[in-house]
Design a protein around this ligand. Structure first.
Ligand code: TXA
Ligand code: MG
Length: 347
């Protein structure tokens, strides 16, 4: 299959029309969102949705997020919206927030992986929303990477992973947020964050009065039956390089990281250190990539830096985590890592 790339900023209208035609024809398209690029199909067309799983190599039991353009579309995908969920929609839609709701029977089981619920999001990106409007259908869309790899924050990343597997990629420039949406479950009175993302726990607490973070957010991989959000049981976001995460008192961490760096620097695997700008001084003269000093900065650069490390032939990423990087980055980097800091420092 040939993969065509079109640039939305050159001719917005024809890009939207072409993407909508492919969707209506029952095929898949890569589109930008403000979080990461998505691999999209008509959420109501089971055969089209199956093409997403095939192109990504995605496990069939991991459900997809359904994207809507306007509130009018909500009734077509859900079977009711609790009051707390309505408040969150009012506050943060359009935006990087996916809300798990009872699903409308029109949503095929392939989308929800057989669950009675569906995760719904109204993205902010105007390209994505305009394609939804013109195709006249909600879009099921996971991140547009091959399963297990870091999510794509540019059209080029999506092209690297899906060239030959998808007929069309719409390039809308780099994504603003850079990590995926926050996934929040609204089953009880208190919203539970299943996956941290662009909307922080504090932002949800402000609207709902309370919030919980599911324990598996900061866990290692879990047994399948203990997983609340099926996506959590798979190794994710992982570059080819090995990732080791270090956190704690920053001087102690810097000492550990420097020791490890010297060790790997003598080996064929080339090491790189990822840290905040504030910590870069601990690693003078070494191969260092800084991710800014804020959560938003780290979110925006993380996936691109993981991919760039692979491109540069790096074997080992020594990740100096700081709390200022935020929960979403911590969750992603723990999923990308194969070992805990304890396992690294003990061996
Ligand atoms: O920002 C995003 O959310 C991007 C863009 C394209 O919108 N999409 C994305 O999709 O990250 P994906 O498929 O890579 O991640 C979806 C996550 C998975 O962890 C999945 O298990 C969870 O949402 N999820 C989907 N439906 C669910 C449901 N009904 N209940 C619980 N978790 C669900
Ligand atoms: Mg994904």
């Amino acid at each position: 299959m040939n993969t065509k790339v079109i640039f939305a900023n050159r001719d917005f209208d024809s890009a939207i029309n072409e993407a909508a035609r492919v969707i209506q024809g029952g095929d898949i398209v890569v589109l930008p969102t403000e979080t990461v690029y998505g691999l999209c199909a008509n959420a109501l067309d089971e055969t089209a949705v199956q093409k997403i799983f095939d192109a990504k190599g995605r496990p069939q039991d991991n459900p997809l997020i359904v994207h809507i353009a306007d509130m009018d579309m909500l009734d077509r995908v859900t079977a009711g919206v609790p009051a707390q969920a309505k408040k969150l929609m009012k506050a943060y839609w359009p935006g990087p927030l996916s809300i798990v709701l009872q699903k409308n029977p029109a949503i095929p089981d392939t989308v929800s992986a057989g669950l009675s619920t569906v995760a719904v999001r109204m993205p902010q990106n105007e390209i994505m929303r305009e394609v939804i409007r013109r195709a006249g259908a909600p879009l099921a869309a996971p991140s547009a990477n091959r399963s297990g790899l870091p999510s794509p924050t540019t059209a080029q990343h999506a092209f690297e992973d899906l060239c030959g597997r998808v007929p069309l990629i719409v390039d809308g420039g780099p994504c603003n947020v850079g990590v995926e949406s926050t996934v929040v479950e609204m089953a009880g009175d208190v919203p539970i964050i299943l996956r941290p993302g662009g909307i922080s726990p504090d932002m949800i607490q402000k609207v709902c009065g309370d919030v919980q973070v599911h324990p598996s957010v900061l866990d290692r991989l879990k047994e399948p039956e203990k997983v609340a959000s099926p996506g959590m049981k798979y190794r994710h976001y992982a570059p080819r390089a090995q990732v080791y995460v270090f956190e704690g008192d920053k001087k102690t961490v810097a000492k550990d990281v420097n020791t490890r760096y010297h060790y790997y620097n003598e080996k064929p695997q080339k090491p790189v250190i990822f840290c905040t700008e504030d910590c870069a001084g601990f690693y003078a003269g070494k191969n260092v990539r800084t991710l800014g000093n804020t959560a938003a900065g780290a979110e925006k650069t993380l996936f691109a830096e993981l991919r760039a490390a692979d491109g540069a032939g790096i074997g080992v990423i020594l990740f100096h985590y700081m709390d200022t990087m935020g929960l979403a980055v911590k969750n992603r980097i723990l999923r990308a890592a194969e070992k805990t800091p304890q396992e690294v420092t003990e061996n």
